[in-house]
Design a binder for this molecule. Structure first.
Ligand SMILES: Nc1nc2c(c(=O)[nH]1)N[C@H]1C(S)=C(S)[C@@H](COP(=O)(O)OP(=O)(O)OC[C@H]3O[C@@H](n4cnc5c(=O)[nH]c(N)nc54)[C@H](O)[C@@H]3O)O[C@H]1N2
Ligand SMILES: Nc1nc2c(c(=O)[nH]1)N[C@H]1C(S)=C(S)[C@@H](COP(=O)(O)OP(=O)(O)OC[C@H]3O[C@@H](n4cnc5c(=O)[nH]c(N)nc54)[C@H](O)[C@@H]3O)O[C@H]1N2
Ligand code: SF4
Ligand SMILES: [Mo]
Length: 711
């Protein structure tokens, strides 16, 4: 028999929380997945998957995958489980939950989910309708982008902004707080193409990353000070009259107030805050304002400190100030997710939330479970899916302490027994991407993608959407929400009649796999050349009109030092970090080093960190230090070091590099605590304080000390 004829190709898309959302081709032979390759015709993927997805078929058949429901048979965290049937798992959950509801009320149950899967059916919002119907505590999901998105929407509205493909037309590009050659690999070639055509590429990052090395100019900045840099650029642009007054007058709100605010940020002051020489700040502002089209790629990393939201506000004001939006290839890009006509209310059913239901932020998990947050009723059951908080959430030690609680009934839906799943009372086995239908949510380009099942799942593994159908039936919910097939749900979850989806249907996607949504082509798209901002005023809001009616929420103060009910600053500002040598000298005497914990090249958040080929590619948990800081502590490359503060510690192998600013430590995120020397990882030292906007994490806003430990 001819092997060629035998192989079937099924179109799919990458399941991961990554801006690239690559188009897949599943190669299937005799009912088995033999290979997964990238679609050559997809303008982003261009035929290549990243290193993480190398051997996705091997990942699929990882022998450690969970194949049946499991119940705990040893102490919490001991990884001792026994297989059970779905019936037993569902009955156990129902009985436990009904008992908890009778004694404490449904709010004693809390879901915890993030983006382990990025699908419309199986992703971030897969369980929202179920938990809203159950009446559980509402989990506020702000692991990522919530600070940036709050700031972006306040400034320019829910706009897709600049298309990554339009960057080829830019002549001046600022990659701000993003390590694209690791985290947005398929976006980077558009920037290289612009560079080859003469564009100047500037990278703003405390670390000389691979991306920074490939740039024409790397500007090293103290973490958490980007807001000051953006205001300093405005100061120069306004003082030297490089403003596009016509654009500002027609399409912006609050220029006079912004001018007053920017006047507080002369280059010398900004230099002291950011660590960037004043003449570089002036040069950056001049070049940016006078080299059209000028483009900014906003990285998620900017939001990871107290002032992160306000920094994104300031950065997002820059293009309007110089009229950059007038040009193809000019403007800024945060994420284009807003262009997709997703019916989130029909997916999540916020109408089912009972009035007065409390909200608990997921990054406060440790505080919520240990009683540090005084909750009435307390959390008695936790349901985790699409997330691995023991590796990814801050205040790791507190989370472990909470998960060890004997009286906490924990259910985890997973592919592998992660460091979170190991604490579960019940584990439910999830299906993998090659086995399920979904439309992937996309946050780095303008293509809608359908993932079609290529092979059958193992008998007990189910997509998240099916798991919630089963849970709904078990809990006695007979709403027709759960009577629909996956296909029918996808029909309902997008507005197929919207202009963005003209000519695109589920049926056409079945053939093509993906399609560009109709929001203008990359070589002509100028979304805000004539304003058209989707803000309340229709303008780019330097001064936000939303904040006039918006105050710090009662639940938890968004700004340190502000009380619930206080109004929020309507203008962008520099909000200094919680923890830095300047803002907290007392703490800095004991813990003098700042730490950043960006994404690992070979892991996707914590995924793949349990697989040998990716562990080999990434190396062990490494602690990168500047030569001066290392010398002061008698640390050399290869030393085993301990990174610590009052919240915890983790150990790693030191690597001394001059790519860092002095006073800065870098350790990549993603290593599972159980695979490191100390049994803890980088989030053991990070704080659960929130970014001042959108309740995002403050992973880049932490002081630590490093010491040599005996190997
Ligand atoms: N390989 C890989 N790719 C990924 C992921 C992964 O885990 N692995 N995760 C995906 C996800 S969920 C996301 S959100 C994106 C995130 O991708 P990015 O937006 O690139 O974010 P990070 O990797 O956290 O950090 C990027 C850079 O920001 C710098 N940085 C840290 N703090 C600051 C600061 O205060 N200011 C400035 N200017 N720079 C700072 C860091 O030194 C780092 O080089 O990547 C996605 N892609
Ligand atoms: N220190 C520090 N911490 C950070 C960050 C940082 O930069 N520094 N970045 C933050 C950011 S940007 C993000 S996005 C978060 C990410 O945090 P998470 O979304 O929690 O990260 P993942 O490691 O992707 O964990 C997802 C889990 O879902 C599981 N999973 C995958 N597919 C499925 C499925 O179909 N069904 C089910 N039930 N499970 C599935 C995976 O096996 C994995 O264990 O981390 C945040 N944490
Ligand atoms: S993780 Fe990102 S870059 Fe890698 S294949 Fe998936 S979408 Fe593409
Ligand atoms: Mo993220």
């Amino acid at each position: 028999m001819n092997a060629e004829i035998d192989t079937m190709i099924v179109r799919g898309a990458c399941p991961h929380d990554c801006p690239d959302t690559c188009a897949f081709e599943y190669h299937v032979k005799g009912g088995k997945l033999v290979e997964v390759t990238g679609d050559k015709n997809h303008p982003m993927t261009q035929g290549r998957l990243c290193v993480k997805l190398k051997d996705f078929a091997g990942h699929h058949y990882n022998p450690e995958r969970i194949l049946t429901p499991l119940k705990r048979v040893g102490p919490k965290g001991s990884r001792q489980f026994a297989p059970i049937t779905w019936d037993e798992a569902l009955t156990t959950i129902r009985d436990k939950w009904n008992g908890i509801i009778a004694e404490y009320g449904a709010q004693a149950i809390m879901p915890h989910a993030y983006l382990g899967h990025q699908g419309t059916l199986n992703g971030l919002t897969a369980g929202d309708a179920f938990f809203n119907r159950l009446g559980s505590t509402v989990a506020e999901k702000t692991y990522c982008e919530s600070g940036s998105s709050t700031a972006w929407v306040m400034t320019v509205g829910p706009s897709g902004g600049l298309d990554i493909e339009s960057f080829v037309h830019a002549k001046y590009i600022i990659v701000w707080g993003m390590n694209m050659t690791s985290t947005n690999i398929h976006g980077w070639p558009f920037i290289v193409k612009a560079q080859e055509a003469g564009a100047k590429v500037v990278v703003i990052d405390p670390v000389r990353t691979r991306t920074a090395k490939a740039a024409d100019w790397h500007i090293q900045i103290n973490p958490g000070t980007d807001g000051a840099l953006a205001l300093g650029m405005m100061n120069v642009i306004i003082a030297e009259d490089l403003v596009d007054h016509d654009y500002v007058e027609k399409y912006t709100l609050g220029y006079e107030e912004l001018k007053e605010r920017a006047a507080l940020f002369p280059p010398e002051r900004v230099s002291r805050i950011t660590g960037i020489p004043a003449e570089d700040i002036v040069r950056l502002a001049r070049e940016y304002a006078t080299t059209p089209p000028a483009a900014i790629r906003e990285g998620v990393a900017i939001e990871r400190s107290r002032g992160g939201g306000q920094a994104i506000r300031a950065i997002t004001c820059l293009p309007a100030l110089i009229g950059a939006w007038r040009h193809v290839g000019g403007g800024a890009m945060e994420m284009p997710i807003w262009e997709f006509p997703t019916n989130f209310d029909l997916i999540c059913r916020p109408d089912w939330i009972r009035p007065g239901t409390r909200v608990v932020n997921e990054l406060d998990l440790g505080a919520a479970l240990t009683g540090e947050l005084q909750l009435d009723p307390p959390i008695k059951s936790l349901f985790v899916y699409n997330s691995n908080p023991m590796s990814q959430a801050p205040a790791q030690a507190k989370i472990a302490k909470g998960l060890e609680r004997e009286d906490l009934f924990t259910v985890v839906s997973e592919l592998f027994i992660t460091d979170t799943a190991k604490y579960a009372d019940i584990i439910l086995p999830a299906a993998m991407q090659a086995e399920q239908l979904d439309i992937m949510v996309t946050w780095g380009h303008l293509y809608i993608s359908l993932n079609q099942p290529a092979i059958a799942p193992p008998p007990d593994c189910v997509p998240n959407v099916e798991m919630f159908r089963r849970l709904a039936k078990t809990m006695g919910f007979n709403d027709d929400y759960w009577d629909r097939s996956d296909w029918e749900m996808l029909q309902d979850f997008y507005d197929w009649d919207s202009p963005a989806l003209a000519g695109i249907t589920l049926e056409t996607l079945k053939e093509t796999g993906w399609a560009r949504i109709n929001v203008g082509l990359p070589h002509e798209r100028k979304p805000h050349a004539e304003g058209n901002f989707k803000t309340p005023s229709g303008k780019c809001e330097f001064k936000s009109s939303v904040t006039e009616n918006f105050v710090v929420p009662v639940w938890r103060s968004m700004y340190e030092g502000m009380q619930p009910g206080d109004p929020i600053d309507p203008l962008p500002d520099y909000v200094p970090p919680y923890e830095s040598r300047e803002t907290n000298p007392e703490l800095a005497r004991r813990f003098p080093l700042s730490i950043v914990s960006p994404k690992a090249h070979a892991f996707l958040n914590s995924q793949y960190a349990n697989e040998a080929p990716k562990q080999k590619r990434q190396g062990e948990q490494t602690v990168f230090m500047h030569p001066a800081d290392a010398a002061a502590r008698q640390i050399v490359t290869g030393s085993t070091v301990r990174v610590f503060n009052e919240r915890g510690h983790f150990d790693g192998r030191a690597e001394i590099v001059d790519a860092l600013m002095p006073g800065l430590v870098m350790a990549n995120l993603g290593h599972w605590p159980s695979f490191t020397k100390s049994g803890t990882a980088v989030n053991s030292i990070s704080s659960d304080a929130h970014c001042g906007m959108g309740m995002a994490g403050s992973y880049s806003d932490n002081l630590v000390e490093v010491e040599h430990v005996a190997a």
